[in-house]
Design a protein around this ligand. Sequence first.
Ligand code: FAD
Length: 501
Amino acid sequence: MVDEAPGGVRRIVIVGGGTAGWMAAAALSRALGPIGRSVVLVESDAIGTVGVGEATIPPIRAFNAMLDIDEDRFLRETMGSYKLGIEFVDWSRIGARYFHPFGAAGQDFHGVPFHQLWLRHRARGGTTRLTEYSMCTVAAREGRFGIAAPGDRTPLAHIAHAYHFDATLYAALLRRVSEAQGVVRHEGRVVRVDRDGEHGDVTALLLNDGRRIAGDLFVDCSGFAGLLIEGALATGYHDWLHWLPMDRALAMPTGRIDPLPPYTRATAHPAGWQWRIPLQHRTGNGHVFASAFTTADAAEALLRAHAPGDPCGDVRSLSFTTGMRRRAWSHNVVALGLAAGFVEPLESTSIHLIQHGILRLLALFPGAVVHPAERDAYNADMARAFAAVRDFVVLHYKATRRDDSAFWRMVQAMTVPDSLAHRIELWRAQGRLIPQEGDVFQVPSWAAVLTGQEWWPAAYDPAVDRLNAASVEAAMADMRAAYRRTALALPPHAAALPAAE
Ligand code: FAD
């Protein structure tokens, strides 16, 4: 234990008390408190938080574990539920549905990816879906959930899960964790940002009541405002609206769904899509739409018509521009969360990008001085992660056959980023899916979405023909049966949740 850091970054100031701010506060104080760095957080109750962001992907479990947040406590305190993936409704065409599960579908045979075996199965007249070989999909379809014990080698070990949770309750839990680790919170509105005349680094924040909060490193978690990264440093923004034209969302809570589904649902609409996120105490619903293609009134009417019950709260309206800051770390300011950028929430990735940014910041945390090389490494890494998420989300729109509205005709015909175009070319030729640096979603996820949206390659990988078709078919049938048997032995999702204390 060091009483005081030897120099350089000693005092970290976080602006913002939304999910990003409190995730950063909890993780940075945990990792850096013991080596003499202090963390303070400024948030404004009057401004409030964005208050949405309720579905996640599996790495969130590692983040909670890093903070020693027990899963049962987490689910109780955030009214959370388990998530096994996302059901997509009406995406490739009206009336079609598919599931994007967490974890793998099937198992690779002798180095041949499972989806290639399945493509041969399909080419030979097989009628099963790729995701019937996924433990998460089969359990989700049955509305069941279970977790394998450590060392379990049964199909249950193939369950991979994330959570749905109440974002406000998660921030409150993280605040308790942070304050117990010594984080000091200041309530107030930042009205001025002071910078060093020589280098341009941020030196202090002035609050509306005259308090001055000085620091060495500033973490901008101020949401879409980007108070420091944009407001003070004018870093600039890559706007991706031409690939992802959604720029508005209406969010509306309804009552709890029974039985409680262990998955998110994303239903496509004529100019966007609608989420359904099942929590213990309510259901989160929202319609994400492109305002160039519909009106807010029409969007709200669709949201209400497709909601699973009567509203139990107000409809909230949010506007955003999909994209990311040109540099997430500029001078001595690191932007996280919505201040760093936003890719619309179709694959529940924003909280993951916050987590990713925090872990990279810790890995590259400055010593006596901020080295430009470390800052550049951080920016390059975050740019790759954002682009990887963007490409995966764009795929859902590009890979459609819907032509029932101007919106779907436009996204189907649009030119996609080169990085995605290259992947699509590989897929269309022989179903090849090559992992790329920075990928957030792995091969099974790409395969689930591409096959789910019924985008078929011209051929499968000829390497598959090295494997005897009859024995592969037999192994596939056994696998499918084992997943189904295992799923049917699990408890219903609600029964798998921890009982209230
Ligand atoms: P905010 O919640 O906006 O917090 C900003 C903070 O900064 C607040 O505390 C505010 O008071 C403070 N602040 C701002 N200005 C000042 C000032 N001048 N002085 C003092 N304090 C200030 N993510 C997912 O992972 N899964 C999802 O399912 C998901 N769904 C989403 C749906 C929609 C429609 C949207 C818009 C986002 C969604 N997200 C989702 C993203 C997710 O909501 C955010 O990543 C997450 O909430 C983090 O927000 P934040 O903390 O960056 O910003």
